[in-house]
Design a protein around this ligand. Sequence first.
Ligand code: SF4
Ligand code: SF4
Length: 382
Amino acid sequence: MEHQELYGKIAQRLDSLAKFPKIKEERSINELMQENGISRRDFMKWAAGMTAMLSLPATFTPLMAQAAELTDRLPVIWLHMAECTGCSESLLRTDAPTIDSLIFDHISLEYHETVMAAAGWQAEHNLEDAIKKYKGKYILMVEGGIPAGSSEFYLTVGPHGKKGAEHARDAAADAAAIFAIGTCSSFGGIQAAHPNPTNAKPLSKITNKPVINVPGCPPSEKNIVGNVLHYIFFGTLPSLDVYNRPKWAYGLRIHDLCERRGHFDAGEFVQQFGDEGAKKGYCLYKVGCKGPYTFNNCSRERFNQHTSWPVQAGHGCIGCSEPDFWDTMGTFEEPLGDRLYNTLYSVGADATADKVGVAILTVTAVGIAAHAAILAFKKDRA
Ligand code: SF4
Ligand code: SF4
């Protein structure tokens, strides 16, 4: 679709959404920003970043700002299953409110066990009410793995003693869109790791409705809010990868955009934490970085308003957005010796790292020559 045509369609969608009554009669997003010392300029910069993140042209930035302003037309139900609440914390508990967390304040959060005031009977009543009142219109976000089958009773919630799986199924039945927030809800997470004593399953195994997975332990606030904005923009499922992860967020490997990538290509590795290589910011592959096997945008978007991310802080990626990473990516501070990271050429990252190491001993123009050595090595196997 041409950009102009797409722009027109989104503008039309936002205009019709704007005609819907606000669900919450509270401050506008602009007032909320002002109160928190965030200028319109900062907001527009944020909107431009979000636009780029969703792989849309920069000219769509004003539409992105408008979409953020309209998040109060969107009822959201957020359920907690078996989890640590880290995904909610990722979004809500920053030391200073970020634009992403303010957007989440602005969203009409109809039910969220961590932030709502109600408890017990009242809470359960609110949930049932929201499901009925916004039938077919609400977004469902579910955090946590879900004990399933004959083990459902391991997660029993609320005064009626309803199983978590029942809550998830009931809320999914009439949702307009369903997001599994975090690795536990997307893939089972640590609850489903061997030996999986509660038979925990991902949300997609509990409901037969389409589920968009937003994995990460936790996922960044950007990936959570980005999905909401994508839905407001298009009202359809985003383009997904084989694990139902939105490609705009999980289309590339951590390794592809990592700031230490030049060191990987040049064969410059941290051999152990605290060594000279670590001080020089060398690649963390040999101390266990799983960036070559992990699809996520942390290396591009980072966390806490783009401040930093694990690899920048000096520890390798542990592969948290991949299915079964607790079982398959360990030991976390050692490389995976036998894993293929480039299926196209069938070259293992270890093999490449060692080849590059050899190249370093034999050439002086380390960077360029080592890079060339990798390319030659790949070509040999193509
Ligand atoms: S192995 Fe890890 S630290 Fe090294 S370049 Fe890849 S993602 Fe970055
Ligand atoms: S860097 Fe790796 S382990 Fe860390 S949050 Fe991103 S995907 Fe997960």
